[in-house]
Design a protein around this ligand. Sequence first.
Ligand SMILES: Cc1cc2nc3c(=O)[nH]c(=O)nc-3n(C[C@H](O)[C@H](O)[C@H](O)COP(=O)(O)OP(=O)(O)OC[C@H]3O[C@@H](n4cnc5c(N)ncnc54)[C@H](O)[C@@H]3O)c2cc1C
Length: 453
Amino acid sequence: MAGFCDHKRDRHVVIIGNGIAGITCARHLRKKDHHARITIISGETPYFFSRTALMYVYMGHMRFEHIKPYEDWFWKKNRFDLVHEWVEKVDFEKKSIVLGNRELAYDILVLATGSKPRMFDYPGMDLKGVQGLYSFQDLQRMEKNTENIQKAVVVGGGLIGIELAEMLKTRKIAVTMLVRENNYWDNVLPEEEARLINRHIREHHVDLRLGVELRSVEADKEGKISAVTTSSGEEIACQFAGIAIGVKPNIDLFRESPLDTGEGILTDACFRTNVENVFAIGDCVEFRDIPGADRKKIEQVWYTARMHGETLAYNLTADKPVKYSPGVWFNSAKFFDIEYQTYGFIPPVHVKGQRSFYWEHREGRMCFRMLYDDRSKAILGINSLGMRWRHAFFDKAIREGWHIDKVMQGLEQANFNPEFFEPYYMEIIEAYNQQYGTAIKTRKRSFLSRLFN
Ligand SMILES: Cc1cc2nc3c(=O)[nH]c(=O)nc-3n(C[C@H](O)[C@H](O)[C@H](O)COP(=O)(O)OP(=O)(O)OC[C@H]3O[C@@H](n4cnc5c(N)ncnc54)[C@H](O)[C@@H]3O)c2cc1C
């Protein structure tokens, strides 16, 4: 594979970042390349952990040890050199990494430095008790900052904002949540879904304020947060403010370097940067071209970082590089007790030429939306709240552009764990029959008939 990367037998591959992107790349590289020396550097923690599970450590459901997917011996067994230090500089000309007062030479460099929380530059953002949640260090700070407090404010109506609210509520801390938009996460969710989640947040006794922004943070005599002031002029007393207004690629280290950067490190579809033998993967990447229909140039979710790592490892060892091809977009999350799954791309507002079928359970804690092309009636996407579906079913339906009647006819197959979950798909089909004048059968088949059909 001339030109893709250095292929010498004893090459030294250095990976900056031991998150899911860096670790997946290292694991797959080791499977295919027995000889390479592989070094993984991270300033955050000595060993890889699951960032998505940090909240469960704070809530007492797990200990930090439980969110490390691999035992500590795993790294030595696979001959990974782990370096627990912050990289201060990369000298791309000399092909070396500056760590304190020593340097580490590389043949191939993989940048997997992740994201960092966005912050406002309003007055008071540097006060004790004001923070974002991204790293293990943030979790430790949050432990200290929320010790024996009564009242917190969470700023931001996205995925990390609602996690922060849930975390604080488990410690019996009263929470006010400031959301700039008219509904929770309404730059992603259509209005019905967003309103359903508004209600659910309030059911959990969070004081949700919509259409309200933060303006400043006030200090007490000791320099700790004492209140926040909002865009409506209100002062809300609190001892903690969690700022969750999104994340951005963590690339400050490379701003004054020969690397081409935009919001993230710019790469092609094979994760190549503009510098020879230097690659980037995970949250810190910005693709020069969108990697597929309905995809974005910057992807900041767990499974995409894993796919980046696996694809790059393949490219570093194969004869011919492959392009990253992630397929149909999907994502899942949890809003307090309500599970969220999405497949394909559902825009938050109506788009000409598209329509959707929407069903909501009478108790208002579950819903199902199927977006489709108005002319061909081909499915474009699914949003679901409060239920669990099989990924493979909707992935195939969207990839193959099934007619919406066909999706409904097969909906029972999409029902996840039918032995344990109520067959809500039957109510969904009934609603569909009523709205679309179809006669799709809703009868629940027996376990045996499902087994043999
Ligand atoms: C609280 C929270 C909850 C989340 N929940 C979900 C979820 O439910 N589902 C989902 O899909 N995604 C979720 N995400 C996003 C997901 O965690 C990220 O997309 C994913 O972790 C990105 O992986 P990564 O390997 O690219 O980067 P990261 O996990 O950020 O790892 C980057 C690593 O680089 C290291 N590093 C950076 N700079 C340096 C330096 N200068 N020197 C040394 N080391 C350095 C850091 O130490 C870090 O270990 C969540 C994120 C957060 C913060």
